[in-house]
Design a protein around this ligand. Sequence first.
Ligand code: NAP
Length: 351
Amino acid sequence: MPTPVPVTVLGATGTVGQRFVERLAQHPWFRIERLAASGRSAGKRYRDATAWRLPSEAWGGLGDEVLVAAEPGKTVSPVVFSALDADVAAELEPAYARAGALVFSNASAFRMEADVPLLVPEVNPDHLDLLSAQRKLRGWSGGIVCNANCTATVLVMALAPLHKRFGVEAVMMASMQAISGAGYPGVASLDITANVIPYIPKEEEKIEEEVPKMLGLLDGARIAPAAMAVSASCHRVAVVEGHTEAVAVQLRGTPSLDLVRAAWLTWSPEPQRLKLPSAPLVPVRIHDVADRPQPRLDVERDGGMSVHVGRLRACAILGVKFALLGHNTQRGAAGGSVLNAELAHARGLIA
Ligand SMILES: NC(=O)c1ccc[n+]([C@@H]2O[C@H](COP(=O)([O-])OP(=O)(O)OC[C@H]3O[C@@H](n4cnc5c(N)ncnc54)[C@H](OP(=O)(O)O)[C@@H]3O)[C@@H](O)[C@H]2O)c1
């Protein structure tokens, strides 16, 4: 087996950072070299700075590691996973890319930059080719590869096979999003217990611009966004993990529900063909039981890396509608970023 690539996790103490540590502590291709967080945590042991909130081995077995500050030092790991908030990421991620690291980011800071891939390996693996244009343009020896907003990622996984087979013309989506999507400690318990909050700042705008970019076509040094109307309405609900989405979609040629189902069933994208370590065997799981998928019952399946569709039925307005579920901190965040890095590794982009 080849020597594992050393990696740094930025924001290792947070909700997404903990997911990174959990996944990378076991990873066959990557080895954690540094854990980094804010100046408040730097110098502390990981166990002392982090309220570990996952059911797996506490602190990924790395509780005695001493956290470092998130700024790049004299040397940087060849791969950096970033779970930083957008304002901090805007400053630090380019500093790592300049110093030679390939940064896999969860933050929104660079997602819509023309030369930055907004990557979901099942959906748009060729967008990774933007890296060479990015390096040329910015003079970086490293680079930045983003994953999308968690709700947009789950949505685009279900849309991609339909867009490829028929063409998506319009999408209306109403989300019911888990509390973990707001980070830790996130939403106050007094606000969310037995409640629904019909507003998540900047969420709807992100989904509406990121989905067409992800489904767009690589055109030299940029992505031509897919021509489709996307309308999103986002809600925070009292669920711990897993974003549920009520989706209605207008497809070119008004295909039957059987053809829609067949498009999901026969989808065989690149990560599954390459057998990348984090790729789920089945990227879109179809549920036939009338009241599924449900976050509590279904979201942890396949390590949280598949998405789930159910309740496929006719829509009187757009043609087709269905229920959709995906794991926000796995597929929508850390797991998605690790899969992005696996694709880059498989393509020889990581030294
Ligand atoms: N939660 C999700 O489902 C989800 C999904 C997709 C994308 N994202 C994105 O992922 C990123 C992290 O989200 P999260 O939910 O994990 O947030 P979080 O739980 O609040 O964690 C934030 C992390 O950033 C660190 N940090 C804060 N200020 C810093 C600074 N000035 N310098 C260096 N590090 C600093 C924190 O370290 P300290 O502990 O030292 O303060 C902590 O490790 C965000 O950009 C978010 O939008 C989240």
